[in-house]
Design a protein around this ligand. Structure first.
Ligand code: PXL
Length: 279
């Protein structure tokens, strides 16, 4: 069985980050070790929240893991929370995430709809851009891409502009960049990727659903990473992740006042397994 490490915050309520990644990666048949970067009462899109930065504890865990020679097939990072958390995550990747056959995926989770999440600023975005040099694959949305590249965010991007963004994102270091939330025609929403080594773009989308929910980026990134760890090609992994995220949103669409609580990704796990393993 493959064993991966995922590094992101633990939000006690509001399905996102670890409370999404752990069940999804586990359901795919992969052991998921976790490192909580911070402990929050709930995610930061709610009206108020508490935040405990766990950098100090992660330093101790790093030393202990080095003593015990632990190994992982790859590392997937999401919302980190502060510059020092980016630094310690880098240390974990350099110690445990490098080597033949290992895969590092960085989701630079820090903003949406043209704005950074509460608590982040341009310096955090700059540090995150530098952190992307540690990754094989990165999966920003257009807001995160624009902040990392120091560009003005636009509500809409043409195909050519999207391709240009993806190439610039690969210049940060990863061999594959994936842009989420790509909409190149009305009523369609999906992703575009660029593989720097093959110089190839790939687009996959599905019907645009009429409502947006919080935490869907984490569902996408977790299922994409799981599929890649299971040996799927980037194209097949992107199809699995887009279709599973779509199904999770579809199931949730009629739940009133649910935007901040996250989607019912649990109920779509059978779909994820049939997409991944066939059924
Ligand atoms: O899903 C992204 C995310 C993860 N973790 C925390 C967040 C957010 C987005 O708002 O606040 C704590």
């Amino acid at each position: 069985m493959k064993r991966i490490l995922t590094i992101q915050d633990l939000s006690c309520l509001g399905k996102c980050s670890l409370t999404v990644a752990l069940p999804i990666v586990s359901a795919m048949g992969i052991e998921a070790a976790i490192l909580p970067t911070s402990l929050l009462s709930n995610h930061t899109a709610f009206e108020e929240f508490t935040f405990l930065d766990l950098t100090g504890e992660l330093e101790k865990i790093h030393s202990s893991w080095v003593n015990q020679d632990f190994t992982f097939d790859g590392i997937y990072t999401g919302y980190l929370g502060s510059a020092s958390l980016i630094e310690i995550s880098k240390k974990f990747i350099e110690t445990f995430g490098k080597g033949e056959g290992k895969l590092t995926l960085v989701d630079p989770a820090m903003g949406d709809y043209g704005k950074l999440y509460t608590g982040f600023d341009k310096n955090y975005a700059k540090a995150m851009a530098a952190f992307c040099s540690e990754a094989d694959v990165i999966v920003p949305n257009s807001t995160e891409a624009a902040f990392m590249l120091g560009e003005e965010w636009k509500q809409e991007y043409t195909k050519e502009q999207t391709q240009e963004l993806l190439k610039k994102l690969c210049d940060l270091g990863p061999s594959i960049s994936v842009l989420t939330g790509v909409s190149l025609s009305e009523n369609r929403l999906g992703v575009m990727s660029y593989d720097r080594n093959k110089d190839e773009f790939f687009t996959y989308d599905s019907e645009k659903l009429p409502r947006m929910f919080h935490g869907t980026g984490d569902i996408f990134a977790s299922s994409l990473y799981g599929a890649l760890i299971l040996g799927k090609t980037i194209e097949d992994a992107l199809k699995i992740a887009v279709d599973y995220t779509w199904e999770s949103i579809k199931i949730t669409i009629d739940t009133p006042n649910h935007i901040w609580y996250g989607v019912h990704f649990e109920e779509a796990i059978p779909k994820l397994l049939s997409l991944t393993y066939g059924a």
